[in-house]
Design a protein around this ligand. Structure first.
Ligand code: MLT
Length: 323
C-alpha cells in the first residue's frame, strides 16, 4: 500500500530520500483536481502539500488512514485544522522556515515601489531613457506601517529599520512593551493610526475568520495619497475591488501584491496599472527556504510514520489514536 501522497511540486534532496524510504505517490498537479484527490486519499497515511491544495473537511474525512497532513509552509488557510484535529490527524507545518525569504521579498518590493524599478526596467528594455519619469522616493526616514507583528512582520520591520525607516505597527496580540515590539523599536498603535501616518503599509497577517476582507474601501480611504500598500501575506485579507478602485483613482500611490484572492491570479485591471507590482506568490521561493521547509516536513512525516512525534505541529505531535 502506498504511504505518502505529495499533491504539489515539493522537491529536494530530503524529499528524494523520503521517496527512497517510503512508498510515495508524487502528483505535483493533483491540487488542481480535488475530486481525484478525494478519491485517492483513503489509501494514504500521509499527505504533503503547500498552499495550493485545498485540504477541506471532506478530503480529511475521506482520508481514513491519514496520520499526518504536512503543510510545507506557514499559512494554514488551505487546511481545515479543526476537521484534522477532530479526526486525530497531526497537522505538521513549517512556521519559521521561510520567514527570512518572505521578509527579504517584502523589502525588495518596498524598494521596487519606491524607485519604480519594474516599470523603469520595462521602459529601458523598450528603448526608453526618460530619467525624469522615474523620480522616486527614499526609504530613509519614511514610516513603515506593519499590520501583523508576527515572525515575518517583525523580521521585515528589523530589516526596514536597518534602512533607516521608522516603524509603527498594529497587532491586537502584541503589546507595546513586548520583547518583539521593543526589539524592532516598533510603536504599537491602532490600525487607523498605522494607515493614516504610514508612507508604506505592509500586511503580515494570516488569513482566517478574523482577518478575511479586513482591508476594504474604508481602510484604504485612511491612507495618504502618497502611500504605498504591500501584501505578501494572503490575498483573502484584501478586498481587491476596493484596492483596484483606489489605485485607479490615485487615492494611494501604488501597491505590490505577492498574493491574490484567486491563485493563479487571472488577468485583470491590476495588470494594466504601472503603479502596481505583481509577482506570483514567490515569497518562499528561494533555495534556502525550500531546503529548510522540505527538510522539516520530510523529517516530521518520517517521524510520524515510524511511530514518533512531529517537531513542528499546529495541533498535536502524534496522531490522536497514539497519544
Ligand atoms: C506559506 O504559507 O508558507 C507561503 O505562502 C508559501 C507557500 O505556502 O508555499
Amino acid at each position: 500500500m502506498p504511504e505518502i501522497l505529495i499533491s504539489e511540486n515539493i522537491i529536494g534532496e530530503e524529499m528524494d530520500k523520503l521517496r527512497a524510504r517510503f512508498d510515495c505517490v508524487f502528483e505535483p498537479l493533483l491540487w488542481k483536481e480535488p475530486d481525484r484527490l478525494r478519491a485517492m486519499i483513503p489509501n494514504f497515511r500521509a499527505l504533503i502539500a503547500r498552499n495550493q491544495t485545498q485540504i477541506t473537511r471532506d478530503i480529511i474525512e475521506a482520508g481514513t488512514q491519514l496520520e499526518v497532513i504536512a503543510r510545507a509552509g506557514v499559512g494554514m488557510d488551505n487546511v481545515d485544522l479543526e476537521a484534522a484535529s477532530r479526526a486525530g490527524i497531526v497537522v505538521s507545518w513549517t512556521p519559521e522556515q521561510n520567514t527570512n525569504s518572505v521578509a527579504e521579498l517584502t523589502i525588495g518590493l518596498l524598494i521596487c515601489l519606491a524607485r519604480m524599478i519594474p516599470d523603469a526596467d520595462a521602459h529601458t528594455k523598450a528603448g526608453g531613457w526618460d530619467r525624469w519619469k522615474y523620480m522616486g522616493v527614499e526609504l530613509l526616514g519614511k514610516t513603515l506601517g506593519i499590520v501583523g507583528l508576527g515572525r515575518i512582520g517583525s523580521l521585515t520591520a528589523a530589516k526596514a529599520r536597518a534602512l533607516g525607516m521608522e516603524i509603527v505597527a498594529y497587532d491586537p496580540y502584541v503589546s507595546g512593551d513586548s520583547l518583539r515590539a521593543m526589539e524592532v523599536r516598533a510603536r504599537m498603535t491602532s490600525l487607523e493610526e498605522v494607515l493614516a501616518i504610514s508612507d508604506f503599509v505592509s500586511l503580515h497577517v494570516p488569513e482566517n475568520d478574523e482577518t478575511r476582507d479586513m482591508f476594504g474601501a474604508e481602510q484604504f480611504a485612511l491612507m495618504k495619497p502618497t502611500a504605498y500598500f504591500l501584501n505578501a501575506a494572503r490575498g483573502g485579507v484584501v478586498r481587491e475591488d476596493a484596492l483596484l478602485r483606489v489605485l485607479q483613482q490615485k487615492q494611494i500611490a501604488g501597491a505590490a501584491l505577492e498574493v491574490r484572492k484567486q491563485e493563479p491570479a487571472p488577468l485583470s485591471e491590476f495588470n494594466q496599472l504601472t503603479n502596481v507590482i505583481l509577482v506570483p506568490h514567490i515569497g518562499a521561493q528561494t533555495h534556502e527556504a525550500q531546503r529548510r521547509v522540505v527538510t522539516t516536513v520530510c523529517r516530521d512525516v518520517e517521524a510520524i510514520l515510524q511511530g514518533g512525534e512531529a517537531k513542528y505541529f499546529a495541533n498535536f505531535s502524534k496522531p490522536k489514536g497514539r497519544l
